[in-house]
Design a protein around this ligand. Sequence first.
Ligand SMILES: Cc1cc2nc3c(=O)[nH]c(=O)nc-3n(C[C@H](O)[C@H](O)[C@H](O)COP(=O)(O)O)c2cc1C
Length: 303
Amino acid sequence: MAELSVKFAGLTLKNPVVTVSGTCGFGEEYAPFYKASELGAIAVKGMTLAPRDGNPPPRIAETPAGILNSIGLQNPGADAFIERELPRLKAEGATVIANISGSTIADYCKVAEKLSETDVDFIEMNISCPNVKEGGVAFGTNAKTIHEITSSVKAHSKKPLIVKLSPNVTDITEMARAAEAGGADALSLINTLLGMRIDLRTRRPILHNNVGGLSGPAVFPVALRMVWQVRNAVKLPLIGMGGIASASDAIEMLIAGADIIGVGTAMFANPYLPLEIIEGLNAYLDENGIGSVSELSATVKPW
Ligand SMILES: Cc1cc2nc3c(=O)[nH]c(=O)nc-3n(C[C@H](O)[C@H](O)[C@H](O)COP(=O)(O)O)c2cc1C
């Protein structure tokens, strides 16, 4: 049997499969299917300092091979996460990635400080949410701001800091380099791609927010391309995500340069997908005589 455990930003994960932020709540919806401790890690819904109601509905629109969402960071706030959700997840033995957002750099720093005093394993800084006016993607589409917010939050964080990159930029490698220079311990990519649908009958956008973030299999080739580009631009460990819907997608993502992979939207159709990916990856490694996941990462042979 191949070695599935992976070293990632200083910690050892039991396997390279994580569920991505916003698609698995705080783990409770998937609890009837399997334990979060069977995953490499679970990235919880993005949290802010104060609770947020999110955007008005409709907040989800279907698209061919994907969905558009404009949830707008609905969450109970960092204190409620720490008091109510985190103890349950840790008692189950889960490795927890706490995903954070804010309207100002000071907000991000305060949430990071709070989480630093808990037993979350990683802090993932979302600077790529396309669904809130203030904060989110406003920080993540400018290299100078990425450097500034990364170095500030890093100074307030005692946990490994993962910076989550936006695909809604001209050159993602520039953003990755800025996060690396700012002191990030790892990068995750990609967040959703900005999109839109219109109801022909009313001529109104389907989403109340007019626009939203596209995720699911439709974005997979874009995510794969960006992970490959970023792998060639920085030395940081990478979580590759965006449209992964099968073990073979996950294996492609690892070969392109990801150290570990994230699954999100495709779980809405198949909640068991993360376990199927772990099984499929194990079989692929054995069949190809590859001893460990890390031996597979970044082994693409470009033409
Ligand atoms: C409904 C929904 C909510 C999301 N909420 C968050 C969030 O709170 N924070 C975050 O960093 N990313 C969020 N994302 C982005 C995902 O974590 C992921 O980057 C993206 O969906 C691409 O992966 P996928 O195609 O496998 O879903 C959300 C995505 C969806 C579909």
